[in-house]
Design a protein around this ligand. Structure first.
Ligand code: GDP
Length: 320
């Protein structure tokens, strides 16, 4: 039985990945930040490793001796990375350095450890290429993107040195498990509240930003497959939509066509250096891994709205 260690196992994509790895016969271990943090499912064994202290993840890797580390943990907010860039550099970039070094030590000692790193579309910054490929220049424009770029480059260096390490360059990936801090879930939760008569308006930032939104469980599958073919992979749908398109689709899902009067814009939610468009070309990934997304944009929006409506019916206020 192959043994996996998943950082970020309690997060959206880590939880889907843990479920998929378990279903595919892996023994799954998870790294969590604090004792008592509950994994959703698929994680028989949890280990404490605070990613602000890279030595802790090193110790866990040495103790668990996994066949693969899937590194999804770390701080996740592009907007908040401006407030604490040092914390992002350490938890996102520094943790990847520690994981690669530990994997290399064990591999050199005869126990091979593969590494799959969750890289990000943010490493491309305001990319000139549309769509981006794995060869697009790394030129981040946010502290989050810079921290991801450090991990991304380190993976490439260790791979060149013989370690089986992969970058999954994840574009925005969404599901009902997405926290409310992300625009998709903020929209679907807000639209469900409006449809139920519990809120009157939805307040957002930049409606013109275009993102390539995919289904998080599909992206977890791509990360799982990347373990056996270490390379850099664009994990995207190839199609971008504006935030405005997402808003319109979410309101359409509850039968509201005239949504403009219900949406406010507030500069509080505008960001410095917000990339106008991120869109990835998944064709090389599809060819190399035999991977394909299973859920498209309309279905994704409808599924998230339906989950938020169902959560309202159950009396829950937050699904994450
Ligand atoms: P990110 O790409 O990982 O930062 O994911 P987000 O879902 O947080 O943001 C996606 C896009 O939505 C960015 O271009 C944001 O500027 C834009 N956006 C517009 N309004 C909002 C908002 O109210 N909240 C968030 N989080 N993003 C917003």
């Amino acid at each position: 039985m192959r043994r996996a260690l998943v950082t970020g196992i309690t997060g959206q994509t880590g939880s889907y990945l843990a479920e998929s790895l378990t279903a595919h016969g892996w023994e799954v271990h998870g790294a969590v930040r604090t004792v008592g943090e509950e994994a959703r499912s698929g994680a028989p064994e949890l280990h404490v490793a605070d990613l602000t202290r890279p030595d802790e993840i090193t110790t866990v890797i040495e103790r668990v001796r996994p066949d693969a580390v899937f590194h999804l943990g770390g701080l996740t907010s592009v907007a908040e990375s401006w407030a604490d860039p040092a914390a992002y550099a350490v938890t996102v970039g520094g943790s990847t350095a520690a994981i690669l070094a530990a994997a290399k030590r064990l591999t050199d000692a005869g126990h091979e450890v593969r590494v799959v790193n969750a890289s990000s579309a943010e490493v491309f910054g305001r990319a000139v290429d549309q769509p981006q490929t794995a060869r697009t220049a790394i030129a981040p424009v946010t502290p989050y993107g810079a921290a991801k770029a450090l991990g991304h480059h380190l993976v490439q260096m260790y791979r060149a040195g013989g370690l089986p390490a992969a970058n999954g360059i994840l574009y925005n990936h969404e599901s009902p498990r997405r926290p409310l801090a992300f625009v998709t879930r903020k929209i679907t939760h807000g639209v469900a509240q409006i449809a139920a008569g519990r809120a009157e308006t939805l307040t957002l930032g930049n409606l013109d930003a275009r993102r390539d939104w995919g289904w998080a469980p599909d992206y977890a599958e791509a990360l799982r497959l990347a373990a056996d073919a270490p390379d850099d992979y664009i994990i995207a749908t190839g199609v971008s939509h504006s935030v405005r398109d997402f808003v319109a689709a979410a309101f359409a899902a509850v039968g509201i066509d005239d949504w403009q009067p219900l949406v406010r814009q507030d500069p509080r939610f505008m960001r410095p250096n917000d990339a106008p468009e991120q869109r990835g070309d998944p064709s090389a990934t599809e060819a190399a891994l035999g991977w394909r997304r299973t859920v498209g944009f309309e279905e994704l929006v409808a599924a998230m709205v339906a989950a938020d409506l169902a959560a309202l019916d159950e009396g829950a206020t937050s699904a994450d």
